[in-house]
Design a protein around this ligand. Structure first.
Ligand code: FES
Length: 56
């Protein structure tokens, strides 16, 4: 398991990167739907935005 990005939903970086690549996700909302990351307290949303910027 790689670095945990979303502590609320226990979602790691690799899970998010994989979902972005496999499903061609471009928005935080799409990542939330695909992985549940960012659907709790919301504090990891900026991190998800960073990952989106790096991977898409
Ligand atoms: S840490 Fe991701 S929603 Fe709270």
């Amino acid at each position: 398991m790689s670095e945990t990005i979303c502590n609320c939903m226990n979602v790691d970086r690799e899970t998010i990167v994989k979902a972005i690549k496999e499903k061609n996700l471009t928005t935080v909302e799409e990542v939330q739907d695909a992985t549940t990351a960012g659907t709790g307290c919301g504090s990891c949303v900026p991190d998800i935005e960073d990952i989106l910027a790096e991977e898409s």
